[in-house]
Design a protein around this ligand. Sequence first.
Ligand code: ADP
Ligand code: MG
Length: 272
Amino acid sequence: MKKPIILFKYGGNAMTNASLQKEVLRNIISVKQKGYNVIISHGGGPFIKKILKQVNIESEFIDGHRVTTPQAFEYIEMTLKGQVNSNLVNTINVLGSKAVGLSGIDGKTVIAEKRMHKKVINGKEAVIDLGRVGNVSKVNRQLIDSLFGNNFIPVIACIAADENGIGYNINGDIFAGTLAGALSAKQFIVLTDVDGLMIDKDNPESLIRNIRLNELEKLKRDGVIQGGMMPKIEACENAINKGTESAKIINGTKPEQILSIGENKFGTLIKK
Ligand code: ADP
Ligand code: MG
């Protein structure tokens, strides 16, 4: 029988501390040892921010998406694959498991298309051009399945190209959620820097422990879900609508939360 798949989205802000990162990866390896196929899909916001600052490229964010010029894209790809991805793979290897680093481009695993970002402005829906920001248009699971079959942990950076080879920066959450759905992952786990979805983002006491997919729309309308949480929620919706059983948003700065797989002790659990 095939092992159930758990896809972890590892966020930039929960990734910057090296010893914490090691603990996160150690615990993801423990989940694998419990009998799951694990895959890590990552972003790298803080690392990208640093490099773009060094080369004097300003970044504007719209609803949690980084507006990306072709020049900025080059630096983003370099950072995500050459630095962040490579580091994660190296750390997993040192911890005794075996990881393989890739982006959506490898094996044509993820095909991108330009994202037509919709935003309501003054009560009217407008389409905003985010530049080289993509959506996932197609997933081909062949490479990932062969890595699972040979006991590797795939580590995938949120970059992909379209059919013509144009590269796109895809928001790390959206990339991960769509991939989780396409792989029919048992669970999509988003590691971030807060305990989960909160009614008031500045009050940890207001953490939502369980929520249904159809309850999310209202929270978006009411402005409860803001900034970086917006693509996370869209990603959880994508994942579940495409075949993932459930999604969970937990705190990646508290790595012990990763170990409670299969239980509902931490974070926000989202189900159909
Ligand atoms: P990551 O690097 O993990 O993607 P982001 O900064 O993009 O992190 O997104 C997480 C942030 O989303 C939180 O730190 C928080 O400030 C913000 N946020 C907005 N709305 C909410 C909400 N309703 N509940 C929790 N966090 C929220
Ligand atoms: Mg983010």
